[in-house]
Ligand binder design. Structure first.
Ligand SMILES: Nc1ncnc2c1ncn2[C@@H]1O[C@H](COP(=O)(O)OP(=O)(O)OP(=O)(O)O)[C@@H](O)[C@H]1O
Ligand SMILES: [Mg+2]
Length: 313
């Protein structure tokens, strides 16, 4: 019999008062897979991850981690997991080496603490106090703590948020190295480039539900066209008229910004500019790019976000 999936969520529900943080979420993460959870702020990503980590219990539905449910203290299961929370506070007066030794002591086996620090390029800070670390260095320390037990499953909740571009790439290399070692990784991120590079599959979630799931390439292909044309106009264009333009597959109008998904830029542009001229909506800024995961994200979650922005205004 094949091994059970690394992570399973079935009909997961979590409420905080009137807020439904997770609303019937289903998910399977295979062993050895790097799986990405993407979604706008408040979508329920951290809540879902924390339920899987056994840190909070659901109001409905079930989770399985490495084929097991969370029962009792779950210590044996915990020893097989590495966790990087979205925000970690370490005791300010401890030295980096003491923090990593402390986390190593929680696990029956794992890396040498120095090796964990080396992997996140913090070996030179071993004697530094936590309070003297920069934000990015603290972030890397929390990643070192997550990998020091050499976990089978690693949970990374926004591991590269707030990092400079070089440090972000370092985190990517660490994740790629863990993937090469066959570890399973559940990652949340707001960087679409990061998800496209690291994740075998991603789920785009909003309001506690999965909106779309697949490989990054399959999600981009689901847009139905390869290119995106974005134009900011001084005036208004009707969605129906834009939709009727040649080679156009998708249309989104948000205020003065029009975003078209098109099969062929050369065919779509001249009639688009002609329409702008006809309607007296002068194009202020025009850009085209290859469709990416970010376009999928905006197509699925963007409409709701822009709607929310208008309500708040
Ligand atoms: N402890 C809590 N008490 C009350 N509400 C909570 C609590 N934790 C989360 N929520 C609410 O649940 C919803 C989902 O929050 P969650 O932290 O899971 O979102 P997220 O997808 O991780 O967002 P972000 O991208 O901002 O990290 C939000 O509306 C949030 O306000
Ligand atoms: Mg979160």
């Amino acid at each position: 019999m094949s091994a059970p999936p690394a992570l399973v969520c079935r009909g997961l529900v979590k409420r905080y008062g009137d807020v439904v943080a997770v609303n019937g979420l289903d998910l399977d993460v295979r062993r050895g897979e790097c799986f990405g959870l993407l979604g706008p702020n408040g979508a329920g990503k951290t809540t879902t991850v924390e339920i899987l980590e056994g840190l909070c219990s659901p109001d409905g539905g079930e989770v399985e981690v490495l084929g097991e449910r969370w029962v009792g203290d779950g210590l044996a299961l915990r020893a097989r997991l590495g966790i990087q929370l979205q925000e970690t506070r370490f005791p300010e007066k401890l030295q980096v080496a003491e923090v990593i030794a402390l986390f190593r002591s929680f696990y029956p086996r794992g890396l040498e603490p120095e090796e964990a620090l080396r992997r996140v390029s913090l070996q030179e800070k071993a004697r530094a106090h936590v309070r003297t670390l920069s934000g990015g260095q603290k972030q890397r320390l929390s990643l070192a703590c997550a990998i020091v037990g050499d976990p089978e499953v690693l949970f990374l909740d926004e591991p590269s948020t707030g990092l400079d571009p070089a440090s972000r790439r370092e985190i990517w290399e660490i994740v790629e190295d863990l993937k090469a070692r066959g570890r399973t990784i559940l990652l949340t991120t707001h960087y679409m480039e990061e998800a496209a590079r690291l994740c075998d599959r991603v789920a785009i979630v909003d309001r506690g539900r999965v909106l779309s799931l697949g490989t990054p390439a399959a999600l981009v292909a689901s847009l139905g066209a390869e290119h995106v044309v974005e134009v900011e106009v001084d005036g208004e264009l009707a969605e129906e008229e834009l939709r009727a333009l040649p080679a156009v597959e998708g249309v989104r109008v948000a205020g003065r910004t029009v975003r078209l998904t098109v099969r062929d830029v050369a065919r779509a542009l001249p009639p688009l500019l002609a329409l702008c001229a006809e309607r007296g909506a002068a194009p202020r800024r025009l850009a085209t790019h290859h469709a990416s995961l970010e376009d999928v994200f905006m197509a699925l979650a963007g409409r709701r976000l822009e709607g929310a922005g208008e309500e708040a205004a």
